[in-house]
Design a protein around this ligand. Structure first.
Ligand SMILES: C[S@@+](CC[C@H](N)C(=O)[O-])C[C@H]1O[C@@H](n2cnc3c(N)ncnc32)[C@H](O)[C@@H]1O
Length: 218
């Protein structure tokens, strides 16, 4: 049971994610050749937001198949024990894939079924709140960003990445082709929905200029 109930639009997306969960990693791999990127290496860059010592609590909101944590494991290797990993998703299919992958590679992730619009965690808990790949299609982007900020601790990072090509790429033939092939790449960073209380807001473009990245702090 989710409260509040999801919109029809959200439910349609989630049904799609549920159906594609088993094949999701394979589908995303196609981005590597098409966009000229190495998605695993791109995800490893999130390690820059993790405090360099002591226990760090990290939440991946809309964890999907746990690809961000798999990438962090490659980077942190024997330091993984100091990372307290949490993942939330509303798709049971995605959560099942995450659970299986985590078990296979000896990763401990606390997985929760829930919605980004009402994250079932207390305020001020996480050093890093990560979200990749879903926000463009969320029915209430402001609410989602607000929830991400709420669960971040004071000074903690919220990192949001989704399809949306850079202004420079938008002007090029290649940019136009990317948008024609997948209209999600036409999205612009939803800056108007960032909570007023967010600090140190930074916008950049990653993954060969094909995805926007918004970083802010609590
Ligand atoms: C494109 S996938 C991205 C998965 C993963 N973060 C990644 O980078 O590969 C979008 C994810 O958002 C999840 N999602 C969609 N609506 C959600 C909601 N309201 N609350 C939580 N997760 C949601 C989907 O189930 C799916 O796992």
């Amino acid at each position: 049971m989710l409260y509040p109930d999801l919109s029809k639009e959200d439910k349609e997306w989630i049904a799609e994610y549920d159906e594609m969960a088993e094949g999701y990693d394979q589908a995303v791999k196609q981005y590597d050749d098409w966009l000229g990127i190495n998605m695993l290496e791109e995800r490893q860059r999130f390690s820059q937001f993790v405090p360099i010592e002591d226990t760090s609590r990290i939440m991946d909101v809309s964890i999907g198949t746990a690809a961000n944590f798999v990438a962090l494991k490659e980077t942190f290797d024997d330091q993984m024990r100091r990372l307290d990993l949490h993942g939330l998703d509303v798709s049971w299919g995605m959560l099942r894939v995450s659970q299986r992958k985590a078990m296979n590679i000896g990763l401990t992730i606390n997985l929760t079924h829930g919605s980004v619009f009402n994250i079932p965690y207390h305020d001020n808990l996480f050093d890093v709140v990560l979200h990749t790949g879903g926000i463009n299609t969320f029915s209430d982007i402001a609410k989602a960003l607000n929830e991400m900020l709420r669960i971040a601790r004071k000074g903690g990072f919220v990192v949001v990445v989704d399809e949306g090509i850079s202004p420079t790429l938008r002007e090029t033939e290649r940019g136009k082709q990317i948008i024609k092939a997948n209209s999600l790449f036409a999205a612009k960073p939803p800056l108007e929905h960032i909570p007023d209380k967010a600090k140190d807001i930074e916008v950049s473009y990653v993954m060969n200029d094909a995805f926007y990245q918004i970083v802010f702090r609590k």
